[in-house]
Design a protein around this ligand. Sequence first.
Ligand code: PMP
Ligand code: GLN
Length: 389
Amino acid sequence: MQAPPYFESKLPHAGTTIFTVISQAAHEHGAINLGQGFPDYPMSEDLVELVNNAMREGFNQYTHMFGYPPLRQTLAEQIHQRYGLQADADKHITITPGGTYALFTVLMALLGQQDEAIFFEPAYDCYLPQITLAGARPVALPLQSSGFGIDWQMVRDHITGRTKVIIINTPHNPTGTVLTAVDMQALEDIVQAHPQITIVSDEVYEHLVFNGASHCSVLQSPLLQQRSAACYSFGKTYNCTGWKLGYVVAPEWLTREFRKVHQFNAFSCFTPTQVALSHFAASPQNHATLGADLQDRQQYFQTALQDLPLQPLPVFGSYFQLYRYSDISSLGEFDFCMQMIQEAGVAAIPVSSFYHKPNNQGLIRFCFAKKKETLQTAASRLQQWFQKI
Ligand code: PMP
Ligand code: GLN
């Protein structure tokens, strides 16, 4: 049915997200879903038990608007250990219903009409619509065509007096690249030169860094700590994406503004999971091996695909790896993914969906956060398909 003539959409160009479209198509065709980023292996039994216990013990009412206090305390200690920041659980940390909500709330708190927000493409799909909903102008800058790094000179060239936000994402969805100390230095120089700019740092894959490397966070820099909101997701860390629970770490002034928006939206988040995580997140061994585990899956899948005409791009973290298929098909990325779902029974995400304008580079994104059996079956299906086409 048509919307009434007086109605003006706030997101006239938005359709259904690519993750929903591809998951739906995968479901309809019985395809293995290596598209949407979620693990198909179980989360920790201990954590499930802790949630059950919390519910039985009566933690079923609203918790504190900032988040369950012992969980914020646990996070403050973890953040100090990992990044050296003396975060104050009351002044700097707020629990949110997921990382996406954390990003949205920060952008709503920071941006208004006439403001501009810079972000980098390919980009996780929520940044552009969230900036638009906050009333500001999205400024999409391309990552470098080789290696997907940030061209900091290009960033400096696009900063105006109206630039209020720069969104970064490391480890990066969809490319699996990571930012380094050099990038953090470039950001420091920028916020020093432009006092009106705040960094919104999407670090939901903080633990999923490969080759034994450590994650570079804005929270490690005394300067960037004061000028950034860092957003995290428990779903990505503890293999429970359906929990939709996350948190934001921000300086006091920004946390205050953040909570003004948050208190009139979600207000507070599901209590039993927060109680459970206040115990579980306190043990570093519950997240210490996540990067190595994911890298093992990534390498397993890459090896399983090695004889196929799909060229893997380098990956340094996250759930995702890009593959180039242009040696075997001239189809656009979306059409190629649909053909692969229908004929091979394997789903991936077209990388063009991470751009605001069509940009076909012959690249697809696979999620390797899956059981090895799933990855092996997907590889066998692709092998059979490639013999036919
Ligand atoms: N940022 C990135 C880069 C993501 O891939 C995702 C997807 N999980 C999110 C944010 C959102 O996380 P959540 O599911 O906790 O909202
Ligand atoms: N972050 C997930 C991905 O990139 C998807 C989350 C969602 O479906 N919104 O696949």
